[in-house]
Design a protein around this ligand. Structure first.
Ligand code: NAD
Length: 478
């Protein structure tokens, strides 16, 4: 077993500005959540660094957008190759700063690269509306301009790659600002990008929320693609107003999953469990409210308990670990607070898992039942390794309860009868409704929230086109 002192980084990656790697005197400590030790001291970018990056991006935009789509796609594939060559190093950095097991960190990067590979083969044709003796009307997709990509701490590299891919392909340079809690792997990704991309096309600036605010108001930035909390999302939307920035906002979720009474409990148990608890429950579109018919509640609780008992929690660098710590102390205290509060209100913790002795923001896998929908553990996004099981007797009632949330990211229905499940799925207010799964995200399918879970979508041609503006060419003839 490695000790915590062995994993502290000697040097941290730098900011990337105009093709150069830049260090700063101001530094920000990044904590390894498995050890609570300082992992690295990363650069803390100032407003001056942002000014330099925006100027470089605006210069780069001219050349990058002038290349044809095929050439940009070819260079995107070189970037994919470069990241793949370095995937082990990047995955280790993700584990050290985010906490997830090493194989999951590599899986996160692989998933992002597969999205870029797909975008590198997308066609973005000119649409001809009319080509007659009287008139030619064409719709062109032009790059949106400079993009600010602001990301959260749960999937640092996947979220960054989801923003870099559409930027590269459409010809819109991007400045990525990772979460101050998980900037290390993203900064390193930025360094690797400089080896294959022209200066200014992909730049990474690490900094706190104030840097995110400066990006959201900067007149030289044309679009913000943001993944994070509702609180920051609404702040960005107001800040972006005066300069009319285009926005893609991927915010929180409090996804309901509804189990119908015809299921084979054993067959769906693993899907329910990992739907709620993968990535230590820190998944925006994770299953966070599990609705089960009253007569199946004991069977479902037993099946989830059997799986939970097999889950090893520990330092993600260690072999055999299936779940790491919560990423940061604030989130750890928040999740613990939700559970304590639910217990005080009479909820029954029917399973509480083991956690390692010693430091680290390790929270036990916690399965809870016997609580009402309005207990904050169920009514708010708790974002931790906790799954509340709620019972129901009537399908109309449970659909209303599932929809009774200001959020609407994902939802799921579990049934042996797909057409019956479809009937329920059609009534759920969410950007994605999965049947017999939760969540499933692939880069050929759009992903985004309704209600206060966000604005617009990422992934697929829809997500890529969100990095463009429409330009009409209309010629009068004859
Ligand atoms: P957060 O909103 O606090 O931080 C996210 C990023 O926004 C960070 O880089 C942060 O520095 C920056 N930021 C914070 N305030 C800002 C402001 N006012 N203006 C500009 N930038 C600002 O979120 P978090 O705590 O890092 O992430 C957890 C949340 O993200 C959860 O609610 C989760 O559901 C959500 N999330 C959503 C998705 C999705 O795709 N829908 C994916 C991952 C996480």
């Amino acid at each position: 077993m490695s000790t915590s002192t062995e994993v502290v980084l000697d040097s941290a990656p730098g900011l990337t500005i105009d093709g150069k790697i830049v260090s700063t005197s101001a530094r920000r400590a990044v904590i390894n959540p498995a050890t609570e030790q300082v992992l690295a001291e990363v650069p803390d970018a100032t407003v001056e660094h942002l000014e330099q990056a925006v100027s470089a991006a605006r210069r780069a935009a001219k050349g990058w957008s002038a290349k044809d789509l095929a050439e940009r796609q070819q260079i995107t594939l070189s970037f994919v190759d470069k990241v793949r060559e370095n995937i082990d190093e990047l995955a280790r950095l993700v584990t050290l700063e985010q906490g997830k097991p090493l194989d999951k960190a590599a899986g996160e990067i692989d998933s992002g690269l597969r999205a870029l590979t797909r975008y590198a083969s997308l066609d973005i044709p000119v649409e001809v509306i009319r080509d007659t003796n009287d008139e030619l009307v064409e719709i062109h997709r032009v790059p949106v301009g400079v993009v600010g990509g602001i990301t959260a701490w749960n999937y640092p590299l996947l979220l960054a790659l989801w923003k870099i891919g559409p930027s590269l392909v459409t010809g819109s340079p991007v400045i990525i600002k990772p979460s101050p809690l998980t900037p290390v792997a993203t900064l390193r990704l930025g360094e690797l990008a400089q080896e294959v991309l022209p200066p200014g096309v992909v730049q990474v600036l690490s900094g706190g929320d104030s840097l995110g605010k400066a990006i959201s108001t900067h007149p030289g930035i044309n679009k913000i693609s943001f993944t994070g909390s509702e609180r920051a999302g609404t702040s960005i939307m107001s800040a972006a107003g005066p300069t009319l920035k285009r926005l893609t906002l991927e915010l929180g979720g409090n996804d309901a999953g509804i189990v119908l009474d015809d299921v084979d409990v054993q067959a769906i148990a693993s899907g329910l469990y990992w739907g709620g608890l993968s990535n230590c429950g820190q998944v925006c579109a994770g299953l966070k409210r599990l609705y089960v018919p009253r007569r199946l509640a004991d069977d479902v609780a037993d099946a989830l308990t059997a799986i939970a008992a097999t889950v090893t929690v520990g330092n993600g660098l260690h072999d055999g670990v299936m779940m790491g710590p919560i990423q940061n102390e604030v989130q750890y205290r928040k999740v613990k607070g939700y559970v304590d509060d639910a217990v005080q209100r009479g909820a029954d913790v029917y399973f509480r898992g083991e956690i390692p002795d010693g430091p680290g923001y390790f929270h036990p896998v916690t399965l809870v039942r016997g609580l009402a929908d309005d207990v904050p553990l169920a009514s708010e996004e708790q974002f931790g390794p906790v799954l509340p099981l709620l019972t129901y007797d009537d399908i109309d009632d449970v659909v209303a309860r599932a929809n009774n949330s200001p959020l609407g990211l994902g939802a799921s229905v579990w049934s042996s009868d797909e057409s019956r499940a479809r009937g329920v799925a059609d009534r759920l207010e969410a950007g994605s409704v999965w049947i017999n799964n939760h969540p499933v995200l692939t880069s050929d399918v759009p992903f985004g929230g309704v209600k206060q879970s966000g604005l617009g979508v990422e992934q697929s041609i829809y997500g890529v086109l969100a990095y463009t503006d429409i330009k009409v060419i209309r010629a009068t003839r004859g």
